[in-house]
Design a protein around this ligand. Sequence first.
Ligand code: AMP
Length: 403
Amino acid sequence: MKIMVLNCGSSSVKYQLIDSDQENALAKGVVERIGMSGASLKQSRFDGDKLHYVGEILDHTMAIENVLAVLMSRNHGVIKDKNEIDAVGHRVVHGGEKFEASVLITREVMDIIKDCIDLAPLHNPHNIKGIQAAQRLLPDAPQVAVFDTAFHQNMPQHAYMYALPYSLYRKYTIRRYGFHGTSHRYVSHIAAEMMGKPYSKLRIITVHLGNGCSMAAIKDGYSIDTSMGFTPVEGLVMGTRSGDIDPAIILHIMGQEELTLAQANTLLNKHSGLWGISGISSDAREIIEEAGNGNKRAQLALDVMTYRIKKYIGAYTAAMGGLDVLVFTAGIGENSPVVREMACKGLELMGLKIDPVKNKQAIKTRMEISKEDSKAKVLVIPTNEELVIARDTRDIVLGTKPD
Ligand code: AMP
C-alpha cells in the first residue's frame, strides 16, 4: 500500500509517501512558511532526486495540493494518479483521555480531536486543518489519526495525577499526558527485538532527545511514566523549553516583570532551555562545540541538561524496580556521544556501563553501546515516527490491530 504521512504545524507540512510493503519512503519533504512570503516546498525522492520550489502557498489545502502535484509530476514524481494513495496517516499531537491507540478518522473522532484543542492550542488546530485539507483533496482515501499522547494513556493514576485540587482534574482534565509517544513506542519495540526478549517482559527507559526532549519508563509493555506532562514543557531541558521548574518561579517573574500570560508562555517555551542558559543557541551541536571551546555558559547548559537526564534515569529505574535497557534516540540522542556519556556518567553503581569506543562509533545507527559486563544494556536506536504512522494506518485500513 502507498500511505501518505502528514505532520501539519502552524506554517509547515512535513510529508512522506511510504510504501508500506517495502517499508521505505518513496518521497519525503516539507512545505514551509505557509501563508508567508517565500513559502517553499522541498522534496527528496528515494533515488536522490531533489526539488526545491519557492512560490505562493496560502494555506494547508494549497500546501497539500502542491505536494500532490509534485508527487504526480513527470520529473520529480513517484505516482501517476492521486488515487494511487491508499490512505493518509496524520500525526495528531493531543488525543486527550479518549485515545489509547490510533484510529480511523470519522465524524465523531474529528469532534473529539476538536474537543482537545483546549489541551493543545498550538498543535491540534493545525493538525485539524491538515486532516480537513487531505479529506477534501483525497476524498476516497481513508484517513487515520496517530496521537503523540496515545502510548502513554495506560499510565497508572499515581503517575499521571498532579497534586492539585482534584476538582481541576474533573473540570479541565489537568493531568500528565506525555508526548513523543510514537517515538517511545517505536524505539522500545526495536530495543526488545535487539535484546531478543519479549517486549512484555522488559523494563526499558527511552530517552528522546531532539528539539523537544522527553523520557519514558516502559514496563512489561506499557509506558508507566513519562517526563512531559500536561504540556510538552515539563521534564527535560530542551532547545528552548525549560523543562521542570518550581511552578512558583513563573508567578514570581510574572509579578516582577509584569508579564502577560502570553509573555510568560513565550518565556517558558521559546526563551528557556539550552538557549536560555547559554545565550548562544538552541542547537545542541553549537552548544557542544562552544562548550568544547571553553564557553562556560554553554558548558553549564550541557551540564544542566545531562544532569536532568541522569536524575530521570535514576527515578525511572526506581519506578520500575530495575532497568534492563536504556535507549537513546532522536537528533541529539542518535548523534551525540558527549551527551550520552555525560548522562550515564556515575551510573556504574546501578550497573550501567557505557563502552567509550562503541559510544563514539554509534552515530545515527542502531547499536549497543554498553560494556559486556553492564547489567543494563544501553542502545542507540534511530527513531522513525513516520514509519509507525504508516504501519498503524495500514493496519487500521486492513482491519488488523496495531501493536
Ligand atoms: P530532532 O528534533 O530529532 O530533529 O533533533 C534536533 C536536535 O538534534 C537539534 O538540537 C540538533 O542540534 C541535534 N543534533 C543533530 N545532530 C547533532 C549532532 N551531531 N550532535 C549533537 N546534536 C545534534
